[in-house]
Design a protein around this ligand. Sequence first.
Ligand code: HEM
Ligand code: HEM
Ligand SMILES: [Fe+2]
Length: 442
Amino acid sequence: MKYQSQKIAYWFFAVCMLLFSLQLVYGFIMGFAHMGLDVLHQWIPFNVARAVHTNLLVMWLLSGFMGAAYYIIPEEADREILSVKWAYVQLIAFVLVGVTAIIGFHFQWWEGRKFLEIPRPLDYLVVVDVLLFIGLIGGTIWKGKRYTTTSLVLFFGLLTAALLYLPGMIPTDHQTHDSYWRWWVVHLWVEGVWELIMGAILSFLLIKLTGVDREVIEKWLYIIVGFTFLSGILGTGHHYYYIGTPKYWLIIGGVFGALEPIAFLGMAIYAIAMAKKGGRNPDNKVAMLWTIGCAVMSFVGAGFLGFAHTLPQVNMYTHGTLVTAMHGHLAFWGAYACLVLGIITYAMPHLTGRKLQDSNSNIFAFWVSNIGMVAMTVAFGVAGIAQVYLERKVGLDFLIVQKEIEVHFLGLVLAAALFTMGILAFVWNFIRFGKPQGKMGA
Ligand code: HEM
Ligand code: HEM
Ligand SMILES: [Fe+2]
């Protein structure tokens, strides 16, 4: 670690650990509810648990991206963060808004739009907070000694992610218009600008872990950015098939949606090729595992399982079923959760001065969480395919089908227990690292 202000990242990562753990609790509440054991229904009905589960996910991933930026940007720009004090204000405000939203959900204070449930007054606070974050990161790059491709791609990914939050706030009382704009946020985040954040963080990790020349690694970054925009922007059409939008979206969404896996395939080849080219033994083996794991699992979860339901002929049957949940879990896990866990694993020894990165609990965490998540994906997939056949082909009622597939959720809960053991090991190792030592600087 070159700069004292990079230590801010630690607190963002600690927030990740806390919110991630809480996210899993709500996952189990839903898993049991799906098994027919909806014992908490009176206090935490399924829709509340679902909104909390997904919003906590987005919150801890954003907290991870912000921590990653506060860690990476000083090193890339060769200077301290503009203001450590304001970075803490930004973190505290972010947590306060998030926690208020999560508590509010339990009292039905929300917008009821999947992934964008945060009530409108809080949306404005999110915007202010993110502007402060972008200002701090942008200002640091601006005043820095050098501009690298990695830092610029990371910055533009974060900036465009912030800007794309705004279409989700366009007021409308029409269901189709509402869905139309909602996807500008949800789709263009995960299949657009978040991929830039992913490419940039992977690039930073590969530069540090493989020792391959920055020029070689950053050249790949351009190609990935190109493929992402080429397919991802019009790929939004794969959400416009049957929601009341014009027919031409069937063709546009079908073609460009099908091209989207290429960017993820590119990312997987890039990471593996660089790791091979580097050839040396990284001093943080587990961070290398997460880096390669991220690139490979995102291709499987987002690319392969995304392709599985992107064509309009398939999506007509699978839309909004557990097939979507199957893809949603492995895609978010592979691309963004593994990415954040990877940068945390890389940064922790530098932040705290302790060398616990290759400990047994960290190796256990990587393998057990990944095997657990693959098993969860299989459980969701089996339940989803059964649901599609019974509900959409045979024509049985939604609730009758839900009863039929309860048995598959025993499998889900068992797989989730395995997954959770891995995550607990990760959190335990994080705690063992302890807090950063010494002064903060800047
Ligand atoms: C890391 C990248 C990705 C993540 C995190 C992700 C996650 C998700 C999530 C959470 C949903 C449900 C959204 C909602 O209903 O509000 C979804 C839906 C969908 N995703 Fe992805 N996805 C990714 C990449 C992809 C790719 C590359 C493709 C295509 C090849 C794809 C195809 C789809 C389709 C067609 C749907 C709509 C499913 C439906 O109609 O119910 N996704 N994705
Ligand atoms: C203890 C582990 C977990 C369990 C038991 C669990 C369970 C569930 C359940 C039952 C649902 C609702 C499906 C439905 O609508 O019927 C759900 C939704 C969701 N979960 Fe999890 N989950 C867990 C961990 C995770 C993790 C680690 C991630 C991300 C990396 C994640 C991402 C999501 C997403 C994106 C959705 C919404 C999917 C959609 O839009 O269809 N979950 N989860
Ligand atoms: Fe999409």
